[in-house]
Design a protein around this ligand. Structure first.
Ligand SMILES: *[C@@H]1O[C@H](CO)[C@@H](O)[C@H](O)[C@H]1NC(C)=O
Ligand SMILES: *[C@@H]1O[C@H](CO)[C@@H](O)[C@H](O)[C@H]1NC(C)=O
Ligand SMILES: *[C@@H]1O[C@H](CO)[C@@H](O)[C@H](O)[C@H]1NC(C)=O
Ligand SMILES: *[C@@H]1O[C@H](CO)[C@@H](O)[C@H](O)[C@H]1NC(C)=O
Ligand SMILES: *[C@@H]1O[C@H](CO)[C@@H](O)[C@H](O)[C@H]1NC(C)=O
Ligand SMILES: *[C@@H]1O[C@H](CO)[C@@H](O)[C@H](O)[C@H]1NC(C)=O
Ligand SMILES: *[C@@H]1O[C@H](CO)[C@@H](O)[C@H](O)[C@H]1NC(C)=O
Ligand SMILES: CC(=O)N[C@H]1CO[C@H](CO)[C@@H](O)[C@@H]1O
Length: 432
């Protein structure tokens, strides 16, 4: 028995370590190197990063990609990105390489670089959209010219030990693998060309590796009970409590208080949960065939605007969403058979930015759901979501016994039935 318990825990640990997300089981970031030409001492490659994660984007200040060269490779030049350090190029005379480090670190360029320094899908400050939100923006790319490398597909050595920060930790990358060469269409779409050689690297995300505490929490309320179930206390850890700011503090009128810090450290409003983000789910109205939920997302971080934010909820009635007001909505169907998860995101130019903490720091939506006659109930907290994610990180829910309960009067109706029917009912339930 003990063995099985141990095995179970190991399995759970393994799943976490392997970054398995049940709501997005195939979500990953794939980095593809296409060798476009061989040069006298190496090759020129287009490096493309595709974010195949449904609801997790790479937010500002963007990705950082690193790797370890297999031999003595150097980078002659990069187009559409740059390495953060040149390293020791003292062995070179004449033309000096862009980077001589054994483990180069590459970052995207900021928007607005001159046209001749750009590359397709580059220069977005390292911001990459989630696949489910905008597939056309879920890509980032640059070109790299490598020297002192192999000059044929027999002699080239694949880079090793890829690391991806996006922008914080959380991603683990597998080894580079040679895959069938990518085919390209010429701009007039009349001719097909192909890369001379292609390799892929797959990186997956684990919240467990990214941070010790959750980064968001959930609170509940309903029309049928005055109780507001708050976020759990210290849901996101209370280590920062000393530095938090009261919402009426004078500091907040100081110039530059919202300017992000270099290390991206938050400046949180003082709350009992100490989360940068709170999601509130309010069961608002009950109609005959429909019910209505209000969702609000509040930012408590004075140093962060969330652009391209996403919210994911899992609830059995999301298969019958009839209308979503003021957010975009997309059902996520991770498994063909279950349709209980959906993602919400802001409407472009309207509420796709969740502003810094303060009077504007929230976004709201309402959704109308058609009751599924077989399962619908307000009892036992059924009307509240099973899981909530903000920007791809799972939020902490309140403990189930604190959910707003349906007042007991609703159960009293049961008591008007003759005792024997009740008894039969209980027996039936017991057998079942
Ligand atoms: C990465 O994601 C793509 C798209 O969802 C999927 O086809 C592919 O199998 C995934 N790769 C891995 C290694 O999980
Ligand atoms: C390699 O990555 C590209 C996207 O970057 C993807 O379309 C392709 O399916 C991947 N190939 C394999 C064999 O995983
Ligand atoms: C290497 O290139 C040759 C032709 O130049 C090709 O036949 C072979 O399949 C290539 N090998 C790989 C691993 O791409
Ligand atoms: C892989 O890279 C990381 C960070 O750059 C480094 O700490 C680690 O030692 C490297 N591992 C190997 C085997 O090179
Ligand atoms: C958020 O965006 C607004 C408007 O673009 C800007 O004034 C403010 O400084 C930004 N705040 C942060 C923390 O970046
Ligand atoms: C899932 O539910 C949504 C309604 O929220 C519906 O539009 C969609 O067609 C459903 N998808 C599947 C595969 O059942
Ligand atoms: C409202 O819900 C709380 C649990 O969160 C419960 O203790 C309370 O009795 C409920 N109120 C009524 C009127 O049923
Ligand atoms: C009332 C209603 O429309 N129920 C539908 C909810 O969604 C499931 C599957 O998506 C349908 O089978 C139900 O008919």
């Amino acid at each position: 028995m003990r063995f099985f318990i141990l095995a179970f825990f190991l399995l759970v640990l393994f799943y976490y370590a392997a970054a398995y997300d049940p709501l997005d089981p195939t979500g990953n970031i794939t980095i593809k190197w296409d060798i476009m030409s061989w040069t006298p001492d190496g090759y020129v490659a287009a490096v493309t990063m595709n974010n195949f994660q449904m609801y997790r984007h790479i937010m500002s200040p963007g990705w950082t990609l690193g790797w370890t060269w297999a031999k003595k490779e150097v980078i002659w030049s990069v187009v559409g990105a740059q390495t953060t350090e040149q390293g020791d190029c003292s062995k070179f005379k004449g033309t000096i390489p862009h980077c001589c480090k054994k483990t180069p670190t590459v970052v995207d360029l900021l928007p607005g670089v001159p046209y001749n320094q750009q590359f397709t899908n580059c220069c977005k400050g390292g911001v990459v959209a989630a696949w489910g939100q905008d597939p056309s923006a879920a890509v980032s790319a640059f070109q790299v010219s490598v020297g002192q490398a192999g000059t044929s597909n027999k002699t080239v050595k694949l880079p090793k030990n890829f690391t991806l920060l996006g922008p914080g930790p959380g991603y683990t990358c597998g080894p580079a693998k040679v895959v069938p060469s990518t085919a390209f269409l010429t701009p007039d779409r009349r001719r097909k060309t192909q890369a001379l050689m292609t390799w892929n690297v797959t990186c997956t995300y684990s919240q467990f590796l990214a941070r010790k505490n959750p980064s968001c929490c959930v609170s509940f309320s309903s029309f049928y009970n005055d109780t507001i179930t708050p976020c759990p206390s210290c849901a996101c850890g209370c280590q920062n409590k000393k530095n938090c700011v009261k919402s009426d503090s004078k500091i907040l009128s100081m110039v530059g208080v919202n300017t992000p810090r270099k290390d991206n450290a938050p400046l949180l409003q003082c709350t009992h949960h100490m989360c940068p983000i709170r999601v509130h789910w309010h069961v608002k109205l009950n109609y005959k065939d429909y019910w209505r939920v209000k969702i609000s997302v509040t930012n408590f971080n004075y140093k962060m605007n969330y652009t391209l934010w996403t919210l994911v909820a899992q609830h059995p009635n999301l298969n019958n969403v009839t209308q979503v007001f003021s957010f975009d909505y997309k059902p996520l169907v991770p498994y063909q058979s279950i349709n209980d998860t959906g993602m919400f995101y802001g409407m472009k130019y309207f509420n796709d930015i969740l502003m810094e903490a303060g009077p504007l720091g929230n976004v709201q939506s309402e959704l109308l759901l058609e009751k599924d006659k077989d399962t619908f109930t307000f009892k036992q907290g059924w009307a509240f979501p099973r899981k909530v994610y903000f920007n791809g990180d799972e939020c902490m829910l309140p403990p189930p016994d604190t959910y707003p309960f349906l007042p007991n009067s609703a159960y009293k109706n049961l008591l008007v039935y003759p005792k024997w029917i009740l008894t039969l009912l209980f027996v039936l339930i017991a057998i079942w």
